[in-house]
Every structure is written in structure tokens, then in C-alpha cells.
Design a protein around this ligand. Structure first.
Ligand SMILES: CC(=O)SCCNC(=O)CCNC(=O)[C@H](O)C(C)(C)COP(=O)(O)OP(=O)(O)OC[C@H]1O[C@@H](n2cnc3c(N)ncnc32)[C@H](O)[C@@H]1OP(=O)(O)O
Length: 209
């Protein structure tokens, strides 16, 4: 699939996705949409305004969108709003990423440069697999979860919906990270992380606050 696409979100993740799309030449970015536009142009792409411009884009034949929103709940809420307007959400995988033939990737999920998706990995909808993340064989990632830059999820790790695995974190094989949990930067997860928990350190323990 390819065509014309709008990017929702003009923050840091938006800049990352503009660069990702530039390496997927079948896609043309018609512009950025942001609730609080900070500049009229970002990395050469026009910022069209807030979501009020979306119906006109649909009428003009733009029917694909890419959600550049880091916060999982906000990303999933935006997906629902744009789906109601008739937008679809392509999965976008950078050409330098390695995807096993048996790895499944859901709609609206983005896979950034040099990430690895191993055999029979299953990545849900609207996930972020960030730069250099390694998701090994049989890893399962739930809807809206974010695997941060350089994280390492060995075989059989399960990441619940909307969870965040921080940059450079690593997990023991077959461990489960609960829905909405946060694993801090650089953590080593050795045992199950309950839903909604925030853990960090080596080995990972609940963080204060
Ligand atoms: C391209 C991109 O940029 S993708 C970005 C992906 N995002 C990430 O990787 C960020 C992940 N977030 C983190 O690691 C954050 O530090 C969090 C969520 C774990 C904690 O953030 P906050 O809730 O703001 O906590 P805060 O910074 O106030 O720290 C609370 C305590 O936890 C400690 N702490 C925070 N992060 C960590 C960590 N990763 N490991 C160990 N301890 C930590 C702090 O030192 C502090 O301890 P103290 O109370 O003894 O001083």
C-alpha cells in the first residue's frame, strides 16, 4: 500500500516519522496536523493546522494517516477519531529494519531504523518499535505499546497494551510486562511487571512515586 498521507503530531516523534517516510518513497506526506502547531513548517513539511482540517483532507482524497504521538492513550484516542473520519493507518517499516517473514505487524504500527522483529513476533496495532529495538522470536506486543530505542526483548517476552519499555531496557526471556506498565531507561527486568507498575534499575524494582 502507498499513497498520500497526513501525519498527526509535530513533536519529536513527528520528526522521526517524517524521516522514516522519506525513506519510503511510495508515500507522499501532504502535511502535518497538530492541536498546538508550533511552526508553519517542520523539516520542510507544512503544518496544516489542527484536526479541523482533516475533513477537507478526506474530501480531497487523502485517506491514510500516521499517528506521531508518543503517549499511548492519546495515540489510541486519535486513532479512534481519525478512523471515524474514514482514515486508514498503514504500518510503516523502515527499510533498514529486519523483519522475519513470520513476524506480524498491526495497522498503524511504526518500526524505526535498524529495529529487529524476530521469528513469529506479533506486534499489535498502533505500536512504536523505536530505533534499534530488538524484539526476538515469539515476542508479543499489545496495542499501543512503545518499545523504546535500543531495548532488548528476548524470546517470548509479552508486553501489554500501552506499556512503555524505556530506551536500552532489557528483559529476561518469557517475562510479562503488564498493560500500561513503564519500564525505565536502562532497566533489567527479571520478573513479571504488574499492569500499571513503574519499574527501573538493575534488577528492575518499583520506582518511588
Ligand atoms: C526517541 C525517543 O526519545 S523514545 C523515548 C522513550 N522513553 C524513554 O525511554 C523514557 C522512559 N522513562 C523513564 O525511564 C523515566 O525515568 C521513568 C518513567 C521511569 C520515571 O520518570 P518520572 O516518573 O518522571 O520519575 P523521576 O524522574 O521523578 O524519578 C523518580 C525516582 O526514580 C528514579 N529513576 C527514574 N528513572 C529511573 C531509571 N530508569 N532507573 C532507575 N531509577 C530511575 C529517580 O532517580 C528518582 O529516584 P529518587 O526519588 O530516589 O531521586
Amino acid at each position: 500500500m502507498a499513497g498520500r498521507l497526513v501525519v498527526l503530531g509535530s513533536g519529536g516523534h513527528g520528526r522521526a516519522l517524517i524521516e522514516l517516510l522519506r525513506d519510503l518513497p511510495a508515500w507522499e506526506i501532504v502535511g502535518l496536523v497538530d492541536a498546538v502547531p508550533r511552526a508553519p513548517v517542520m523539516l520542510g513539511v507544512p503544518v496544516l493546522g489542527d484536526e479541523a482540517v482533516l475533513p477537507a483532507l478526506r474530501a480531497a482524497g487523502v485517506d491514510q494517516a500516521c499517528l506521531a504521538i508518543g503517549d499511548a492513550a492519546a495515540r489510541l484516542a486519535a486513532a479512534a477519531r481519525l478512523a471515524a473520519l474514514g482514515f486508514g493507518f498503514p504500518m510503516l517499516i523502515h527499510p533498514s529494519a529486519i523483519r522475519a517473514r513470520s513476524a506480524e505487524v498491526g495497522e498503524g504500527t511504526v518500526v524505526l531504523p535498524r529495529a529487529v522483529l524476530g521469528a513469529a513476533a506479533r506486534i499489535g496495532r498502533f505500536c512504536i518499535v523505536n530505533t534499534g529495538a530488538i524484539l526476538e522470536h515469539d515476542v508479543e506486543v499489545g496495542e499501543g505499546a512503545h518499545c523504546g530505542p535500543g531495548c532488548v526483548l528476548p524470546g517470548g517476552v509479552r508486553v501489554g497494551a500501552r506499556a512503555l519499555i524505556g530506551a536500552g531496557a532489557a528483559c529476561r526471556p518469557y517475562v510479562t510486562i503488564g498493560a500500561g506498565a513503564v519500564v525505565g531507561v536502562g532497566a533489567a527486568v527479571t520478573e513479571e511487571v504488574p499492569p500499571g507498575a513503574v519499574v527501573g534499575g538493575v534488577p528492575a524494582r518499583p520506582l518511588p512515586g
